[in-house]
Design a protein around this ligand. Structure first.
Ligand code: SF4
Length: 380
């Protein structure tokens, strides 16, 4: 494998797919990558967090094109998480963003990938400890850190490069407000596990195993070249015509099977729609479709300037037009309390925020998502 490639076919970010569907390594080979609005949103959030970390502040205006208020808020939550990881909410001494990490076997690159944040702490005895952070921006939960092969692969590469006895991996998703961390210690076990996955991908007769998680970003799925997905399409089309008495009458096992197959193929609609839009953008039409552009409306992001201009409104009238960001208020309030000497640290002030504003913090309706039964495997 060449280390000149931008993305490694067995890199940490695709390793979960290789684990769940080893044939994906063969079936993705040579296929082009496709972007999507979600992927572009994720790229912007990552870039904005890296910019905040470089500036040492979440307040400096962004120079990145396309950063909206929402992106800024999500990135600011990541920045906040970054500060909280080291405990004292100050910039760590030694850190890098977008750090390429590679794992070598016999001096050859076995895989490489880019870690969002790498923090190294040097102890007096010369030893170092490592912390890796990976930002997740999607709408689905990822595996907890202790079972997460992507995090394990980054940790293994960092442990090798910096001769670390252990490496802590954090995942943080501002969209879902989910976090998970784990300290990996056993290099040998990680290496064996990862080599085991790689060896399975190399079996010539290995067959694709479709599933929601592994197919989601697979190029063989996006290009509709995977034979297993094509088969699922046929099954779902066939089953849909034969359901007797409707969905409500299906027994649990058939309902779950139908749901899982339908989930996979439903995503093809989005993939096909994105491709039709791309062709329309390129040449005006695609079959009977064309792009119809309608106004996206307007937004005012500069609230202080709007406040100045709206001088005939009372403060209350103006505030009634604004939407409050709970996380930004928490940060600003905690900062002011700390500066006023009421709390020793930002973290203490943030904890106090919850008490202080308790009467105003209305819980949002709980999110109800279907999840599979717990997988009990552990990587380390
Ligand atoms: S589309 Fe799904 S089943 Fe097919 S190769 Fe990719 S991950 Fe495997």
């Amino acid at each position: 494998m060449s280390s000149e490639q931008k993305h490694h076919p067995f890199g940490p970010s695709v390793m979960r797919r290789r684990e769940l569907c080893p044939a994906s390594m063969r079936l993705e080979e040579g296929l082009p990558s496709q972007t999507s609005p979600d992927a572009e949103r994720g790229t912007l959030i990552h870039a904005r967090v890296a910019e905040m970390i470089a500036e040492g502040s979440a307040e400096t205006p962004s120079k990145i094109e396309g950063v909206t208020e929402d992106i800024n808020e999500l990135a600011s939550m990541c920045y906040d998480y970054f500060l909280s990881v080291t405990g004292d909410r100050t910039l760590p001494e030694k850190y890098e963003t977008e750090r390429r990490l590679q794992y070598l076997i016999g001096g050859q690159v076995f895989y490489f990938g880019t870690a969002d944040v790498l923090i190294l702490t040097q102890y007096e005895d010369g030893k170092q400890s490592g912390i890796l952070i990976d930002w997740k921006t999607g709408y689905k939960s990822v595996e907890p850190a202790q079972d997460n092969i992507q995090g394990a692969a980054y940790a293994l590469a960092a442990m090798q490069e910096f001769n670390l006895a252990e490496c802590e991996v954090h995942f943080y998703n501002p969209t879902l407000r989910e976090e998970s961390s784990y300290k990996f210690k056993d290099r040998g076990a990680l290496e064996n596990h990862i080599i085991g996955i790689y060896n399975t991908t190399q079996k010539a007769d290995i067959q694709p195993v479709p599933g929601d998680e592994q197919c989601r970003y697979c190029k063989a799925f996006q290009q509709a070249t995977c034979p297993a997905v094509k088969k699922e399409l046929e099954v779902i089309a066939d089953t849909a015509t034969k359901i007797e008495g409707g969905i409500a009458k299906l027994p649990d096992d058939r309902l779950v099977e139908f749901y899982q197959k339908a989930k996979i193929v439903a995503k093809l609609e989005g993939v096909a729609e994105a491709e039709i839009k791309r062709r329309c953008e390129e040449s005006g039409v695609c079959g009977s479709y064309r792009i119809k552009e309608t106004s996206g409306g307007f937004e005012i992001t500069n609230i202080p300037a709007a406040f100045e201009l709206a001088d005939k409104l009372t403060d209350k009238e103006f505030l009634d037009c604004c939407k409050l960001s709970e996380s930004q208020l928490k940060k600003a309030w905690a900062k002011s309390q700390k500066e006023a000497g009421r709390y020793a640290t930002q973290k203490e002030a943030e904890a106090a925020f919850q008490q202080f504003f308790a009467g105003l913090r209305i819980p949002k309706p709980p999110k109800k998502a279907l999840v599979m039964k717990e997988d009990t495997k552990a990587l380390n």
